[in-house]
Write a protein that binds this ligand. Structure first.
Ligand code: ATP
Ligand code: MG
Length: 581
């Protein structure tokens, strides 16, 4: 994905496709909206809550936010939105940082771009959030409400019914302030009091009906420990985090559209109080990624892990970044995917095959080729000299001769795919059947003579004779015209390897849409583990090595279980699109 070495002319044709967000930023650039001393005019952020692992939907947001910052010579902050003490954990923080870096992005900026390590934690702003809340109370823009949770819910009204003011709404600011300080000091139990912004209980937008901004939670926080027993609400903290960090364009998913008026309200009041600088950030919403055959809600992903449906967050069937990575996807293919699907303001489903297509486009020119026989059947060349193994060569990559050759041998007994033999061929079948000739790829032409069967009639070995002057790469090979061309490995030097064939995790394209229970739509055949035979050269591939097993697809040496000499391969995807068929 790196464009940096390309000449200017090529870069122009690679220019990012425009979208509504780029149009907004272009306008702001032209108007000088965010021209500020010592700061780039485009500052975005990616603000995950550290309560789970990142998934492919987050990748869209990461590519978008970091991508815009890169393209406009700005910067993107990685900010942990860790204002909710209960569900957060250092394990998630570490994994999220690792995933963002793996995707190819960095919050730390080079000196040429102003420098700075733009990694932030919302919990570092707890003092400021608190000071701003005191200011709002003192200036009459917030109050402590002491209604029970039930009364508060009832008095909030609904879409057709305006809310009712709390009996505590007009309590004196001094009284609210006193209560707020005592909330902070730990004098009250969870839920006894709450701080609310004073806006409009009759607003048609429910989010403006005196939203809660602070609540009591006697809970331990993964970073601030027991320093606080009151915590800010997300809708209060998030806009302030953006404003404190001088974010220019705050990009989020569509469900936050109705929260935008409060986003603007809170920032405007904080700016009036001198707590944050102008120009203030603006929020823009885009449609979240929905991918067919995939669920991305953290809660649902956690259920798959906890119920042992998958082996963990990094199971290669999981749509988490750690899972996709272990499956063998490249960061380049995910960036290309996010670029291709673009950003819009209307919800829709993206076909999973789009992601696989990006993977194939990325790996086809890169991945070295190799041979694997996944469903082995013995092929015996009856006229081949006993005990002899003859050297064969094949290109590492068919379009890159400079990458050299791979070497392996052919002998009397080979492994071929079961499906490459049919005792009674169907119409149009050109592979092995008695009387037919095929080329053993990079080896010889052979003619099938028959097969051996066990007592149940199952084929256990195929027999053939070879033509000694037909070896690939020799002159004589041109004299043989055959329609079938099959792959094989020599039983004498093949390596046995575990191969994991993955399929989609769900049988339904939209497993959690329309109230469906995704847990009832699991694909029982989403993982098949087989013993395969691979060519000797791949015995010592390093974990994470990606290659193409000819005719089968793209595979990766599993980053957890594969060891030198004893490789374990995950199928990333087949060569052709078979998804959903
Ligand atoms: P989930 O719904 O999976 O729990 P979340 O929105 O609660 O996700 P956060 O950690 O709050 O997870 O998300 C961080 C950022 O990623 C947010 O800006 C959010 O809008 C964005 N994001 C989350 N899911 C998607 C998605 N499917 N497509 C695009 N962006 C997403
Ligand atoms: Mg969220």
């Amino acid at each position: 994905m790196s464009n940096d070495k390309k000449p200017a002319a090529a870069a122009a044709t690679d220019a990012p496709v425009s979208n509504f967000l780029r149009a907004i930023i272009d306008n702001d650039q032209a108007a000088g909206t965010y021209q500020r001393d010592g700061m780039p005019s485009v500052i975005t952020r990616f603000p995950p809550e550290p309560n789970g692992y990142l998934h492919i939907g987050h990748a869209k947001s990461i590519c978008l936010n970091f991508g815009l910052a890169r393209d406009y010579a700005g910067r993107c902050h990685l900010r942990f939105d860790d204002t909710n003490p209960e569900k957060e954990d250092q394990e998630y923080v570490d994994s999220i940082m690792d995933s963002v870096k793996w995707l190819g992005f960095d919050w730390a900026q080079p000196a040429s771009n102003g420098g700075g390590n733009h990694l932030y934690f919302a919990s570092d702003y707890f003092d400021r959030f608190y000071a701003i809340a005191e200011y709002l109370i003192e200036s009459g823009h917030a109050y402590v409400d002491s209604q029970s949770a039930e009364d508060m819910a009832a008095n909030r009204g609904d879409f057709s019914k305006p809310g009712v003011n709390s009996p505590f709404r007009d309590r004196a600011p001094a009284e609210s302030l006193d209560l707020f300080r005592r909330m902070k000091a730990g004098e009250f139990k969870d839920g006894e009091h709450i701080v609310r912004a004073k806006i409009d209980m009759a607003s048609p937008n429910m989010n403006m009906r005196d939203p809660a901004i602070y609540r009591i939670r006697h809970a331990h926080h993964h970073r601030t420990g027991d320093a606080w027993c009151i915590y800010p609400m997300y809708d209060y903290a998030h806009p302030l985090e953006d404003a404190i960090e001088n974010i220019s364009h705050s990009i989020c998913t569509l469900e936050f559209q109705d929260h935008r008026p409060f986003y603007d309200w809170i920032i405007e009041h904080a700016a009036q109080g001198g707590f944050v600088q102008r120009p203030v950030p603006r929020q823009y919403e885009f449609a979240r990624l929905n991918l067919t055959y995939v669920v991305t809600s953290k809660r649902k992903l956690r259920k798959l892990v906890e119920d042992n449906i998958v082996s963990g967050w990094d199971d290669p069937r999981m749509p988490t970044i750690v899972g996709i990575r272990r499956r063998g996807y490249t960061p380049e293919s995910i960036q290309a995917f996010c670029e291709r699907i673009g950003v819009t303001r209307s919800d829709g489903w993206i076909d999973y095959s789009t992601l696989e297509g990006c993977l194939r486009e990325d790996l086809d020119p890169k991945a070295p080729r190799a041979t694997a026989v996944l469903r082995p059947l013995k092929l015996i060349i009856d006229n081949f000299p006993e005990g002899e193994n003859i050297q064969c060569t094949a290109p590492v990559h068919p379009h890159h001769p400079e990458r050299g050759n791979r070497e392996f041998t052919i002998g009397k007994e080979l492994w071929i795919e079961q499906e490459d033999f049919m005792e009674e061929p169907v119409k149009g079948y050109f592979r092995l059947f008695p009387g037919n000739k095929v080329r053993l790829r990079y080896g010889y032409v052979v003619e099938c003579t028959g097969c051996d069967k066990d007592e149940n009639g199952n084929v256990i070995a195929v027999h053939c004779n070879y033509f000694a002057d037909s070896k690939s790469g020799t002159e004589g090979s041109a004299n043989y015209k055959v329609k079938g061309n099959i792959h094989w490995v020599n039983a004498a030097d093949a390596i046995e390897a575990e191969v994991r064939l993955y399929d989609r995790l769900f049988t339904d394209a939209n497993p959690d849409a329309g109230g469906k229970d995704f847990m009832t739509l699991l694909n029982p055949a989403s993982l098949e583990t087989i013993r395969a035979f691979v060519e000797p050269g791949v015995a010592n591939v390093a974990a994470d090595t990606r290659l193409q097993f000819e005719r089968h697809g793209y595979f990766v040496a599993d980053r957890v279980d594969s060891v030198l000499g004893k490789p374990v391969f995950n199928r990333i995807t087949t060569l052709k699109d078979s998804f959903g068929k």
